[in-house]
Design a protein around this ligand. Structure first.
Ligand SMILES: Cc1ncc(C[n+]2csc(CCOP(=O)(O)OP(=O)(O)O)c2C)c(N)n1
Length: 645
């Protein structure tokens, strides 16, 4: 691959030594590198192909890392990583020990702010701009935010605050018309109107370009100022939303035209006060398959760029029947089935149609499907409102993004005891996306709220039964399941209600009882075989099967709890509370996620590195049981101490 220019760029200072005319060539090399690199590692592709020129222009114009660039979500920051000394490190992107798929302050001084959850960039940038002023430092601060991320309330909270803060702040709106799925809502339409290739707008755009060119060429200061003012008026008249929020709007600029981008960034950087530069880009730019189908190419596994991604029908585990299905698929199928039986069922997603398994439901019941944009707080309260009118809302949401809507969960749903169901996907370790995406805390933060029923299926069939049980409850409930395949059990089509709060003994043993919450049951069962331990599928985190816990505490010497949630405050802590309340003295061991953020990597690798696999469980129990014997035992594995409590 040709890397004549890219090979010379080890930091942005190298980039700034290039002539403007060389930048398009660099962009070509960078795009080719990106495609090849992501096709080898997997990761976010389409968004990154769209920000190649913008990344180059930003580092060309601004004095990074002194000047700050904050990438919203940060899934589109690969070109930025490559230009800031991490070209070689891209080979280990998102792997254990490798670089993160998102900006991280610990990873590079060029990563001004850690991101991955959407819509934080303007707040962070404003904080930096105000903080720098307080510290007496002069620097440019730029937030790059996509039109999808701009759908979240937090972005407006920040903009609302920006004008009165009285600092220089640049917001770059990277508008490609897409979130992961196509953009939704009035804002999406507003942006579309601004960039509409309408006759009048077309004429204004070309006039605008001529004015900009003249302005650049004009030497006489008064002429220059007059022309700039004229251009500003033309721009502002079409973007009233941003103007009314106190921003000076400029654009739209072609985000793949390096000359235009560099000029626009220089102009915006020279202005005072809050600036919004509207940049139009094409998601997947330069790779026809991704341009054509940016939804599929948003996030990819390894693939051959010559052949593209496998056709959906050829993908493994996609079909029904006995093949292994993901929990997400089980949820999506169940939702369609239950919606066929009950017309009150409605589904709400905060911009995660594909990831949450809602594609089929959205096509089958468009009038009962609500993609509310990246707006988790709104999604939850909107669902509460739907429930007030007798609908049966199912909020399909990733565990990590539900964190955003915690007050809405408590204040709007649980306190009013409204029958909203939460289908919580990506509970536990999410894998390559890392600590920002692990669902490590949901059991802790859910179980302390009154009124909610919290279920953790250990396999696909239990998942379907729990979803059905939850929807029949008519009170708030959550079914929480992990990313990826279930255990491979057959999913029974007829729907059955489970007894709420009833656990199931899966293996009778002696001495040790392992109480498993969720899919780690299967590792617990394997460990139970090795140790002749009792193994229980706890099924419910709330309400707990208290009678069974007390009975096990009386008949066993050691109770071991295991969960893919933080040990602190998790399901195991709930078991300990029951034992304490029962005034029983039984030894306990809590296995789960340790009290630190878990890095990115393959799900399986991460779980075993934390001792949450059969060997780890056996080792942890043996260590607790017979500490001296352990020193001599030929145990292959010792979990890290942090996982044990
Ligand atoms: C709070 C939150 N909700 C959902 C997501 C999942 N997510 C990641 S990227 C993305 C789409 C972002 O769209 P946009 O900002 O327009 O960027 P693009 O991919 O189009 O470049 C979504 C919904 C997230 N990262 N954070």
């Amino acid at each position: 691959m040709r890397r004549k220019l890219l090979g010379t760029i080890d930091e942005p200072a190298d980039l700034r030594r290039l002539a403007p005319a060389q930048l398009p060539e660099l962009a070509g090399e960078l795009r080719a590198f990106l495609l090849e690199s992501v096709s080898r590692t997997g990761g976010h592709l389409a968004s990154n192909l769209g920000t190649v020129e913008l990344s180059i222009a930003l580092h060309y114009v601004f004095d990074t890392p002194h000047d700050r660039i904050i990438w919203d979500v940060g899934h589109q920051a690969y070109a930025h990583k490559i230009l800031t000394g991490r070209r070689a490190a891209m080979a280990a992107l998102r792997k254990i020990g490798g670089i993160s798929g998102f900006p991280r302050r610990q990873e590079s001084p060029y990563d001004a702010f850690g991101t991955a959850h959407a819509s934080t960039s303007i707040s962070a940038a404003l904080g930096m701009a105000v903080g720098a002023r307080h510290a007496g430092k002069r620097r440019h601060v730029a937030a790059v935010i996509g039109d999808g991320a701009l759908s979240a309330g937090m972005a407006y909270e920040a903009m609302n605050n920006a004008a009165q803060a009285g600092v220089d702040l640049l917001v770059i709106l990277n508008d490609n018309g897409m979130s992961i799925s196509p953009g939704v809502g009035s804002l999406h339409q507003h942006l579309g109107r601004i960039a509409e290739p309408h006759l009048v707008r077309g004429a204004r755009a070309s006039l605008g370009r001529s004015i900009a060119r003249l302005a650049r060429a004009a030497r006489a200061e008064p002429v220059r100022r007059f022309l700039e003012r004229a251009q500003r008026r033309a721009d502002e008249s079409s973007a009233t939303l941003f103007k009314d929020l106190g921003f000076h709007y400029s654009g739209p600029v072609d985000g793949h035209d390096l000359d235009a981008l560099v000029a626009a960034l220089r102009a915006a950087g020279a202005q005072h006060g809050p600036q919004l530069l509207h940049v139009r880009t094409v998601k997947g730019r330069g790779y026809a398959r991704a341009e054509h189908d940016p939804v599929r190419y948003h996030g990819v596994g390894k693939f051959d760029p010559e052949k593209g991604l496998m056709a959906a029908s050829a993908a493994p585990a996609a079909a029904a029947g006995t093949e292994r299905r993901t929990f997400t698929q089980v949820f999506g199928e169940w939702l369609c089935d239950i919606a066929d039986c009950d017309e009150r069922i409605v589904a709400v997603t905060p911009a995660m149609r594909e990831g949450s398994g809602l594609v089929q439901f959205a096509a089958r019941h468009p009038e009962r499907y609500f993609d509310v944009g990246i707006a988790e707080q709104h999604a939850v309260t909107f669902a509460a409102g739907l429930a007030c009118e007798g609908r049966k809302p199912v909020v399909a949401i990733y565990s990590t993004f539900l964190q955003r809507a915690y007050d809405q969960l408590i204040h709007d749903v649980q306190l009013q005891n409204l029958p909203v169901m939460f289908a919580i996907d990506r509970g536990g370790l999410a894998g390559a996306d890392g600590p920002t995406h692990h669902g490590a805390f949901d059991l802790s933060f859910l179980r302390c709220i009154p009124n909610i029923t919290v279920m953790v299926p250990s396999d696909e069939n239990e998942c379907r039964r729990m979803l059905y049980t939850g929807i029949m409850l008519n009170t708030p409930c959550a079914v929480r399941y992990p990313r990826g395949n279930g255990a491979g059990v057959t999913v029974e089509r007829p729907m059955q209600v489970m007894r709420v709060g009833k656990a199931q003994i899966r293996r009778d043993g002696r001495g040790v009882a392992i109480l498993a919450f969720g899919p780690l049951l299967h590792e617990a069962l394997a460990a139970g075989e090795r140790l002749d331990a009792t193994v229980v599928d706890m099924r419910f985190v709330k309400p707990l099967d208290e009678n069974l816990i007390l009975q096990l505490a009386r008949t066993h010497e050691l109770l071991v709890t295991i969960e893919d949630n933080a040990v602190r405050g998790g399901a195991g802590s709930a078991v300990a509370e029951v034992v304490a309340a029962g005034d029983l003295a039984v030894r306990m061991l809590h296995l789960g996620l340790p009290d630190r953020f878990i890095d990115h990597g393959e799900q399986e690798q991460l779980l075993s590195s934390l001792g949450l696999h059969c060997e780890g469980i056996v080792a942890a129990i043996s260590q607790r049981e017979r500490p001296s014997a352990l020193r001599n035992a030929a145990l292959a594995y010792l979990p890290e101490p942090a996982a044990l409590h």
